[in-house]
Each structure stands twice: as structure tokens, then as C-alpha cells.
Ligand binder design. Structure first.
Ligand code: NAD
Ligand code: ZN
Length: 407
């Protein structure tokens, strides 16, 4: 049993545990992928039988209305999907191709979609309906022409969501073998160029191991929530938020950081009085941290770089917060809204990678290409600059290819 002192810790001395090594998963997945690369379909089928007890199956998608869902469920999928679509469209509209001209010619860039993508929708522990929407909708808005949904679950709500989100095919197949099938091709499906979507350690390891061959999205590990709070917040709400993110996964973690010891003590008491919540506290899925002041809170947040950041402290300016996957401002903004239906994506960087990477968005599915058109004047001017450098690098043909144009 922990003492009261150790339950409320000082934020300066607390650090995220780095993930324990998982070399046996890596070697299992590595040999699985190797077999799929060399033996193709037969190996995919064999692994699917071994780990999931079924043969992979292409499932033809019908209209979302045709899955016999209760009307409220169908409506919720459509409403969530429409909001996710609206956000993705808004983002897409800001990404415009652009060109400028100067005396040497025309220079610009454009966005082009990756053609074939695979979206993995986890289905082992829970059927993740929202993940079908979050992965496939931005891919469609980006303009990817083939969008293969892959999941070990063919739950009617997943199929309806994949259909609403615009999957062009649905393959019932799970785990690392699903990622292998997407990357190497399967039956009539050509290999995809990108695989997105969360999954368990087998799925994530397969994505990592294949990342030289295919583009992958963020490292979406166990969920994380950091709440920065002042003494005035609604405790019932934030306790529910912390328990919500913790229930994703036994390794998921929610942190409450405040400079108010009164708040932390009061939250601690509420947690301890409910056995289900107390066990989250004991298993360190909920962590209470005391800061000296708001600058301490900001500093902690920036170094921790949480997946989800809930800012429930009006004294702290948003602009001071540098590292997070998604920011929820004010206590109205439950993180669960972001998980399902507010609009922004829920596939977000975890394990501190938010200090250098972004969550899934329309941009993830686009390549930025540059385009240049040199005019006659540009031939002279650019030759004069470039030849000098090529000469110093002793790249003779580089120099010559410019020299022959310089007249
Ligand atoms: N960070 C995010 O945005 C986010 C969102 C949703 C889900 N998730 C995470 O996704 C994960 C979903 O995991 P899941 O397990 O429920 O579903 P999953 O679909 O990722 O994995 C299930 C598959 O794992 C394979 N598998 C299971 N045991 C195996 C074994 N011993 N050897 C080889 N393969 C094996 C099976 O083929 C099975 O189909 C959770 O960890 C959850 O936290 C993260
Ligand atoms: Zn969540």
C-alpha cells in the first residue's frame, strides 16, 4: 500500500517509464513477415488460422444502412463521420498548391496523394468503430485512390463505419499478418504504399519492421492524458476523463498536475473511496503530481509531451504549450469527444514523440512535391552560381550540364 506522500508526487521528480524491451515479439513478427514475403498468400492464411482461427476473407461493403444497426447507432456513426469529414476537408482546403515567379523562372510545390493505403482497424479486444472513421476519412479527403480497410473484426458497426468512411475494400484479417499482407500484397491486392492505424504490439512491430518498404503513421502506443488544472475545476468531470483514457489499455496512463495541493488531496480522496478508481491509482494508471506554480506545470507538460493534453487552468496561456498530440482547452472539452466525434483525429503520437511528430491528418496522406521551370534568363544566372559550386565539388558533368546552357 502506498502512503499519501507517495501518491501525490512532485512533478519535478516524476518521469514516464520507458517501454520495456520486447525482443521476443520482434523476433516472432520478423520471422512471420519473412515467411509472408517468400511464401505469400499461403503464409498469410496459415498465420490467420493459427492466431485467429479463421481464413482471411474479402468482405464486400454495402451501404451503411444495410447492416441492420439500430437507427441511433447508425446515426451516431454518420454524425461522427460527418464531423471528422468536415475537419479533414477544412484542413485539406488550407493545403493549396502554390507557385512564385522570379527572374529565373517559376518555382512551386503541390500536394499529391499517396495512391494506395491500408487502414488497420483493431478488433482484438474491442471493435474500434471510431478508428475506421479516423483513418479512412482523411485518406479519402486527401485523394488516395485505393483505401483498403483491414481488421480481424467484421462487426456490423465496423463494416458500416468503413463503408461510410469510404473504404474501397475490406479484408477481414488481423495482427502482424494483416500488415504483412498489405505491404507485400495479397491475392488480387497490389502492395499498398502506406499503412496507418493503431494496434497491439504485434501490429505495431510489423509496421516498424516494414517501415523501409511502406510509409507508416505515428507510433500510437498506449493512451496518455495529461490534465493541467487549477483548484476550480469540476472534479467529477476530470476524474471521469482520467478513468476514460486509462480504460483503453492496462498500460494507458492519466496524469493530473496542479499547483493546488487541496485539489490533489480532494481528487485523491474521491479516487480512494471508489474501489474501481482506487485500483487505477494503485496500478499507477492515474498519477497525481504537485507542481510549485504554473510555470512548473508548463515546463512539465512540455517535457512530458502528452498524447492528449487537457488545459483546465485559465492562468496558463495556450501558446506556452509546445508539445502535445491534441490540445483540449477548458473543462468542457472532454478528451472522449476527440476520441469519437468532435472532428480532429484521435490517432496521435504517444511515449513523448509528440515533441517531434504529429497525429494522423489529411497531410499524412499527401506528398509535397516541388516543381521548377527555368526560363532563358535563368539559364545564365543559375549557371553562373551552380557552375562555381560544381567545380569546387569536382563534379565535372554537373558543371558541364550547366555550362552548355549558359550561352
Ligand atoms: N493510440 C491510439 O490512438 C489507439 C487507438 C485505438 C487503439 N489503440 C490500441 O490498439 C490496441 C488494440 O489491440 P487488440 O489486441 O485489441 O487488437 P489488434 O487488432 O491490434 O490485434 C489483434 C490481433 O493480434 C494478433 N495476435 C494476438 N495474439 C497474438 C500472438 N500471441 N502472436 C501473434 N499475433 C497475435 C491476432 O492476429 C489478432 O487478430 C490496444 O493496445 C489499444 O490501446 C491505440
Ligand atoms: Zn480515449
Amino acid at each position: 500500500m502506498q502512503t499519501s506522500q507517495s501518491i501525490i508526487q512532485n512533478c519535478k521528480s516524476w518521469q514516464r517509464e520507458t517501454s520495456n524491451s520486447q525482443s521476443n515479439v520482434t523476433s516472432t513478427v520478423s520471422s512471420l513477415l519473412n515467411k509472408i514475403q517468400h511464401e505469400g498468400e499461403a503464409a498469410v492464411k496459415e498465420f490467420s488460422q493459427r492466431f485467429d482461427g479463421f481464413t482471411p476473407e474479402w468482405i464486400e461493403l454495402k451501404a451503411p444502412e444495410d447492416y441492420g444497426l439500430e437507427p441511433e447507432m447508425l446515426q451516431a456513426i454518420k454524425d461522427a463521420g460527418s464531423r471528422i469529414k468536415a475537419f479533414a476537408r477544412f484542413q485539406k482546403d488550407k493545403l493549396t498548391d502554390s507557385t512564385y515567379m522570379d527572374d529565373c523562372g517559376e518555382f512551386g510545390f503541390r500536394y499529391k496523394p499517396i495512391e494506395r493505403i491500408g487502414a488497420y482497424i483493431p478488433g482484438g479486444r474491442f471493435p474500434l468503430i471510431s478508428t475506421a472513421l479516423m483513418t479512412l476519412i482523411p485518406a479519402k479527403l486527401a485523394g488516395c485512390s485505393e483505401r483498403i480497410a483491414c481488421s480481424p473484426s467484421a462487426h456490423p458497426a465496423i463494416l458500416a463505419a468503413a463503408s461510410f468512411a469510404g473504404a474501397t475494400a475490406f479484408l477481414k484479417l488481423g495482427g502482424a499478418q494483416a500488415i504483412g499482407a498489405l505491404a507485400y500484397g495479397y491475392e488480387s491486392m497490389e502492395p499498398v504504399q502506406m499503412v496507418v492505424g493503431p494496434g497491439n504490439q504485434y501490429v505495431n512491430t510489423a509496421k516498424q519492421l516494414l517501415s523501409q518498404r511502406i510509409q507508416i503513421d505515428v507510433a500510437a502506443g498506449p493512451s496518455e492524458l495529461l490534465i493541467l488544472a487549477d483548484e476550480f475545476i469540476n472534479q467529477e468531470w476530470i476524474i471521469a476523463d482520467m478513468a476514460a483514457q486509462a480504460e483503453h489499455d492496462p498500460q494507458a496512463q492519466s496524469l493530473l498536475v496542479s499547483d493546488s495541493l487541496e485539489l490533489l488531496n480532494s481528487v485523491k480522496q474521491s479516487l480512494e473511496s471508489a474501489p474501481e478508481l482506487n485500483s487505477l491509482l494503485e496500478n499507477q494508471q492515474i498519477i497525481l503530481l504537485k507542481a510549485d506554480d504554473i510555470s512548473d506545470m508548463v515546463e512539465f507538460s512540455n517535457q512530458y509531451a502528452p498524447e492528449h493534453l487537457l488545459l483546465a487552468d485559465e492562468r496558463i496561456e495556450q501558446s506556452l504549450l509546445n508539445n502535445f498530440g491534441s490540445l483540449f482547452v477548458g473543462e468542457n472539452s472532454a478528451v472522449a469527444y476527440g476520441d469519437y466525434c468532435s472532428g480532429p483525429n484521435h490517432t496521435l503520437p504517444t511515449m513523448g514523440t509528440a515533441d517531434r511528430s504529429s497525429g494522423l491528418s489529411v497531410l499524412s496522406f499527401l506528398k509535397v512535391q516541388s516543381i521548377q521551370t527555368v526560363n532563358d534568363k535563368g539559364r545564365q544566372k543559375l549557371s553562373a552560381i551552380g557552375e562555381k559550386i560544381a567545380e569546387a565539388e569536382q563534379l565535372v558533368w554537373h558543371q558541364r550540364s550547366m555550362a552548355v546552357r549558359s550561352q
